[in-house]
Design a protein around this ligand. Structure first.
Ligand SMILES: [Zn+2]
Length: 303
C-alpha cells in the first residue's frame, strides 16, 4: 500500500484512527455525542457549535454549492445563494453544510484569525473525506446499525426499498445518500448471486450530459458473496447487456422507460438492454422509490 500523504497522516494523528476513514468516524462520533445528537434528524447547527464555528450559514452567489469563508477573522460556512429557500435543494444544501463542517476540522478555531493547521491535501483526498464525514454526520453509524440490526442478516423476501425511503425521510437526506452509505458501510447483507442497483433518470454528473437512465450505485455479490462494483456511477444503463431472451423481463431500462412518463420526459430512444450474467433465470424486484425518479433493484441470479 502506498504511504499516506501528509494530509492523511495529519488526519490520522489528530483524530487517532488506524486509517483516515476510521479517524473521521472517531471525530464524528465525538462531535455527535458532545452535541447530544442521537436521533434523526441530526441537528447540524448543534454540531457546528461543538466544532466552534458560528452555525449560521452565509449565502453567496458562488461557483460551488458550499465553501468556507473568513468573516472578521472567523471561519463561516457559505452556501449557494441560488438554492436558498428552494425545497428541491434543501437536502443537497444540508449535505453540503455537513461537508463544510468536516473541512472546518482542518482549522484552529481557537485563535483569531482562524488558521488552517492541516497540510494541503493532494488532489481530491480532502473532498472525498469530507463527503464521507458528511454522510456519517447525517447518517450516524449507531442509528443505522440499530435499524438494520432489527432483521439481522435475513434479507430475502423483504425489500430494502421501504427502509431506504423511511431512513431518508427521517434523516432528512436524499435516498442516494442513504443507499450509498448503507452499501459502503456493509449494512446490506451479502446474499450471493445478487445485484443491487440504485438508478435514476438524470443528466449524469452535475447534470452535464444527456438525460437518460443511469446507475447511481450498484453492487454485485458474486457466488462467494464477495462485493464487486457492477456498473460505474453515472453510466447509462444501456451498458448492461443481456444474453438471454428470458432475462428481458428484468430489463431495468425497460422499467425506467415504462415509468418515465410519470415523472420525466425522456427524449432519447432506449436501446435493447441485457444483463451480461451467465445464468438462466432471475428473480427480484424493480421498485420506484419516489417521484424524483429513483429506482431500486434487487436481482437474484439462479443457475
Ligand atoms: Zn469541499
Amino acid at each position: 500500500m502506498p504511504k499516506d500523504t501528509d494530509y492523511l497522516q495529519w488526519i490520522k494523528s489528530r483524530f487517532k484512527g488506524d486509517n483516515p476513514k476510521s479517524s473521521i468516524d472517531i471525530v464524528v462520533a465525538f462531535l455527535l455525542s458532545e452535541a447530544k445528537q442521537h436521533t434523526f434528524p441530526i441537528k447540524l447547527s448543534a454540531v457546528a457549535k461543538v466544532i466552534g464555528i458560528d452555525p449560521r450559514p452565509i449565502y453567496l452567489d458562488q461557483m460551488y454549492d458550499g465553501s468556507l469563508v473568513t468573516k472578521e477573522g472567523k471561519i463561516r460556512i457559505a452556501l449557494q445563494l441560488n438554492y436558498r429557500n428552494n425545497y428541491r435543494f434543501s437536502q443537497r444544501l444540508r449535505f453540503t453544510y455537513a461537508h463544510e463542517l468536516i473541512h472546518c476540522l482542518s482549522y484552529d478555531l481557537t485563535n483569531i484569525p482562524n488558521t488552517r493547521i492541516a497540510p494541503p491535501p493532494e488532489k481530491l483526498e480532502e473532498e472525498y473525506l469530507c463527503n464521507y464525514g458528511a454522510a456519517k454526520l447525517i447518517l450516524p453509524k449507531k442509528i443505522l446499525t440499530n435499524i438494520f440490526g432489527d432483521e439481522g442478516n435475513n434479507y430475502f423476501g423483504s425489500s430494502y426499498s421501504e427502509k431506504f425511503k423511511n431512513i431518508a425521510a427521517k434523516a432528512d437526506c436524499s435516498i442516494s445518500t442513504v443507499v450509498i452509505d448503507c452499501i459502503t458501510s456493509g449494512l446490506i447483507s451479502a446474499i450471493p448471486n445478487t445485484i443491487y442497483i440504485l438508478s435514476l433518470t438524470s443528466g449524469g454528473y452535475q447534470n452535464t450530459s444527456k438525460v437518460k437512465p443511469r446507475c447511481v450505485i450498484s453492487i454485485l455479490f458474486d457466488s462467494n458473496g464477495n462485493k464487486k462494483n457492477f456498473l460505474a456511477p453515472n453510466k447509462g444503463l444501456e451498458h448492461i447487456k443481456l444474453k438471454d431472451d428470458k432475462l428481458k423481463d428484468w430489463s431495468l431500462l425497460r422499467f425506467h422507460k415504462d415509468i418515465a412518463k410519470e415523472y420525466m420526459e425522456v427524449k432519447n430512444e432506449f436501446l435493447l438492454d441485457m444483463l451480461d450474467i451467465n445464468s438462466s433465470c432471475v428473480s427480484g424486484v424493480h421498485v420506484k422509490l419516489n417521484d424524483k425518479g429513483y429506482v431500486w433493484s434487487e436481482l437474484r441470479f439462479h443457475n
